[in-house]
Design a protein around this ligand. Sequence first.
Ligand code: GDP
Ligand code: MG
Length: 370
Amino acid sequence: SVPLTVGELAKRLKKEPSEIIKKLMLLGIMANINQEVDMDAITLIAEEYGVEVEQKVEVDETEFEQIEEQDDPDQLQERPPVVTVMGHVDHGKTTLLDAIRHTNVTAQEAGGITQHIGAYQVEYEQKKITFLDTPGHEAFTTMRARGAQVTDIAIIVVAADDGVMPQTREAINHAQAAKVPIIVAINKMDKPEANPEKVKQELMELNLVPEEWGGDTIFVPISALKGEGLDELMEMVLLVAEMEELKANPDRLATGTVIEAKLDKGKGPVATVLVQNGTLRVGDPIVVGNTFGRVRAMTNDNGQRIKEAGPSTPVEIIGLQDVPQAGDQFKVFEDEKKARAIAEARAEKQKQKELAQTQRVSLEELFQQI
Ligand code: GDP
Ligand code: MG
């Protein structure tokens, strides 16, 4: 432990105390054998003998889990809603996400190349909206299974020519279980066989009652293919967002969730993360799931390098030691040593857990065999 006395330091370096005292003097530190020297001096002296000092950082790895720190209400600011599009296969999720993305004026103005990072942001009436670009409920459930809640609003897409289907029900169940407000987009309205009334009736059985029938669910008829009804849909998203009073504190170390992650041959581990609170900055020491690193570079959904990202912003980051998993949470720490120590403690805990699990399994197998 630090500090050490000159005598203790000499002993550890296997040198004469007088030699250490001389070296300290050269550094401008006058000390006798019983005097304590601080970490900086220890590091400098050790370096002279070619010894690298590694300070053991005492950490409480549960600090990572204390992600829900209370923010001072005065520091809270409005943040963009994070929207997930769900629905039955072929009902038009991908077409809708593409259509929304292409009406993204900011991306065009900036002349940026839109790249796929698993999420994107559009601006509508000077307000930003973040869309998770991983359609389908698999992404949603994977995240939820890992304890992450990233979605503020779910758009359930139902094809007007097909109506409520098994995956429509599933999607609604997921959104309701997560207590995420639902907006129903009745898609393919351009088709002659479109029957929006039938869709409404079927959804009423699932407790989604349109406003005109005395309920409180918002229905928006659209054609993702023709780009019709998208303005109304965006307006409704903003309306629901306003009612939800979504807020975050940009003036703190960032926390959030991994949307996607992969290993890139050139860049190493690459992760798309959604900042949920605070502001993420290049250079930040970060713990992501069981891994850690320092944010070396950040890229937004337009492929532009950025230096910082506030609440509800999706960004791609590089600089992690390892590839995290979708749904992993991240948290920035004030120094890298601490981040590393916390990540290592978490990885160790995970290993123990897995070990305990395999041991239990084999024990069960053993009993089954008897
Ligand atoms: P997903 O499986 O939910 O992602 O559905 P897709 O977006 O891949 O769409 C499935 C098919 O429906 C594609 O052939 C689309 O072109 C078509 N489609 C999607 N939206 C519309 C729409 O508004 N009108 C019409 N006529 N076809 C649509
Ligand atoms: Mg699709």
